[in-house]
Design a protein around this ligand. Structure first.
Ligand SMILES: Nc1nc2c(ncn2[C@@H]2O[C@H](COP(=O)(O)OP(=O)(O)O)[C@@H](O)[C@H]2O)c(=O)[nH]1
Ligand SMILES: [Mg+2]
Length: 352
């Protein structure tokens, strides 16, 4: 593997000894004798045949140095934030948001490396333990090497191949919204198969995040269906668990969030839905959100065009539309024709 082909991994975090331990764990290089002062000033590269680890100094002291790492081409392949025992989930999330603002890296692409005794289920950010890290790196390495490699493949790499022979990352479409708005039905329309359970119910039919990959409009797309994570009655720990699962399903691929709404219904719980969305997926989420309105036939029956509907809807709903830069599409899931999916994909393309 040539120098250029190495997988570059940026290591961030306040505790130097943890970052050094991680490099030792993966590369076998013993960094324990290195002077601490060297690490306070600038980034340092440690590598083996496969990986190039970019050790960064304390984020507070080297903000510009870190920012520059993300300005170069190609961008680092992976960004790890190493945290110590007893960390605060809120502090870590704030660090992720600050890093994302500084570097332009989406929050979902920053992976938190937790101490090995933690479980990854209950956090609102993407994470793995030190013990799980080699698998994450292996997945990345598999992706890098492309489909003609003899290496064993991760489930995610296999899933990607099932989506088609196209180069480039799989695009994640994350379906979000209140229960009964038609997330699962819209997922099925996009996938052109009845993959997700969808039926009338007073309680949530979808109880876990699920992903299915298919070729949509000639490109690999991973559709992620979610339960109603905006339900005010949901326990925070359960919400965090779903968000964390959703991030895991997205992997390091780009994400577009599809907020599913119902043309004939706008509930109190939806008034501040963007705030809830931001809390779950980070500040930049609105820049990457498309509003998908279901039940297009209801408009047809009232002889109303979609444009009329958008201009006449409630003020709070209008604010949501404006905040998402008027990226709106109309679906009728009982008539899953491909034109509505094409419109969705061209709106999604407008974001990227
Ligand atoms: N008429 C009509 N019904 C829809 C549409 N989208 C979803 N539904 C129905 O609404 C109900 C709830 O849909 P579902 O996909 O399970 O909602 P979810 O809870 O958001 O996943 C189901 O009975 C769907 O068949 C649509 O565009 N038109
Ligand atoms: Mg559902």
């Amino acid at each position: 593997m040539s120098h250029k082909e190495k997988i570059s991994v940026v290591l961030l975090g306040e505790v130097a000894s943890l970052k050094k331990a991680l490099i030792t764990f993966i590369t076998g290089k013993d960094l324990s004798n290195l002077h601490r002062e060297n690490h306070l000033k600038k980034s340092t590269i440690y590598e083996n045949d496969t990986y190039q680890f970019i050790y960064t100094p304390d984020m507070q002291k080297a903000q510009d140095d870190i920012q520059q790492l993300f300005c170069r081409t190609p961008q680092p392949d992976m960004c790890l934030l190493v945290v110590e025992e007893g960390f605060s989930s809120n502090d870590v999330w704030r660090q992720i948001e600050a890093l994302s603002r500084k570097t332009g890296k989406p929050t979902e692409e920053i992976i938190v490396v937790l101490p090995s005794n933690q479980t990854t289920e209950s956090y609102p950010f993407r994470c793995c333990t030190l013990v799980q890290l080699p698998t994450e790196l292996q997945n990345l390495s598999d992706k890098h090497q492309g489909p003609n490699t003899a290496r064993s493949e991760s489930p995610r790499a296999t899933e990607g191949k099932a989506a088609g022979k196209h180069a480039g990352p799989t695009l994640n479409l994350v379906l979000l919204g209140m229960a009964g708005t038609g997330k699962s039905a819209s997922g099925n329309t996009i996938l052109r198969s009845r993959h997700f359970a969808s039926r009338p119910s007073s309680s949530s039919v979808t109880t876990e995040c699920q992903a299915q990959t298919a070729e949509v409009g000639g490109r690999p797309v991973r559709v992620i269906d979610t339960p109603d994570i905006f339900d005010d009655d949901m326990k925070t720990s359960d919400r965090n668990k779903h968000v964390s699962k959703c991030r895991q399903l997205c992997g390091s691929d780009p994400c577009v969030y599809i907020l599913v709404l119902h043309v004939s219904r706008f509930t109190d719980g939806e008034r501040d839905i963007l705030k809830k969305l931001e809390r779950a997926f980070g500040k930049e989420v609105m820049r990457r959100t498309v509003l998908l309105f279901t039940r297009g036939n209801d408009l047809e029956q009232s002889q109303m065009s979609f444009q009329e509907f958008l201009s006449e809807c409630q003020p709070d709903q209008k604010k949501i539309i404006e905040k998402c830069s008027n990226r709106c599409v109309l679906f009728e899931n009982t008539n899953p024709d491909s034109q509505q999916v094409e419109e969705l994909m061209s709106t999604v393309d407008g974001i990227r």
